[in-house]
Design a binder for this molecule. Sequence first.
Ligand SMILES: *Cc1c(COP(=O)(O)O)cnc(C)c1O
Length: 351
Amino acid sequence: MKNWEKNVRLVTPYTPGEQPKKRDIIKLNTNENPYSPAPGVQKVLKEFETDRLRLYPDPASSELVDAIASEYGVRSSQVFAGVGSDDVLAMAFMTFFNSKKPILFPDITYSFYDVWAEVFRIPYETVPLDEDFQICTKDYQRENGGVIFPNPNAPTGVLMPLEQVEEIIQANQDVVVIVDEAYIDFGGVSALPLIEKYENLLVVQTFSKSRSMAGMRIGYAFGSEKLIAYLNDVKYSFNSYTMDQLTLAMGKASVEDREYFKQTTDKIIRTREWTKEELKKLGFLFEDSKSNFVFVTHPKVSAKQLFENLKKENVYVRYFAKPERISNYLRITIGTDEEMQKLISLLKKYC
Ligand SMILES: *Cc1c(COP(=O)(O)O)cnc(C)c1O
């Protein structure tokens, strides 16, 4: 190692799911939405005046923040927006997790949490899920420097009832608790109303899954005015112009089309329920999922084998070799009905 390298911030980066270059594949590996964004998004793109790009965007992202606030019935001062929820979450880690005590999150969860903890030098401890992949609220009733978990959890898809989410918040009022609701729109109950009751609660959501805009990069968070102000202070100390003009306008158009949002999320929920039934018939085992994916294992056929066979047929699903507890599971995104029919017919051959 060269001398200058001794002062490099060494990190093992997050590994995202594969984005294959080829077309004509069935892509069920990164929980993207199979449907297009709301029609109004296309309209904004068509009508966008490029002359506007001469100017810096609004650092407060007001156009989008106000639209989100109005749609969700909160004040704009209770909303923070960022470049995908990954940006929002990273900012929140930097802002709120500065204790010497370890932050807590589940052992099986979104695999970015430990990466942020490492990059920001935040001590952390993982808390094991039980055998049925459920979060045990009691395990979060101990000293810590902060708490974060997704609800529904990823990659398990398991939804925690709101009462249990509140139990965790209730027991942790001396630290910031982050609930990552990337998948809440597929049948879960949001913790959003609890921000009025708990000043230390941050609820994070994204346009990437339920709003079909993973490629646009929009995430947001709800919290008390105090919490959001702290987040903004850190953001403005880091990069004020995180969101561009076009993104703000397209995000606003998406939020304003409640009807389309409901139609597409309902459709995905129906396809998910059909997929679950078919998987059950084929002998797959899984906990109930309330997200836009299912997390399944088969008692007779190895997940790795299935993953490879499906890939040969140009059907991409997600396989995690680690941790070992989930190394015989596949995470399968819910696509269109046709895509899921194709998947099931292939699985019938292998099982
Ligand atoms: C997809 C996902 C995110 C991040 O999504 P963005 O595209 O950055 O908004 C955050 N948390 C969980 C649990 C996710 O699955």
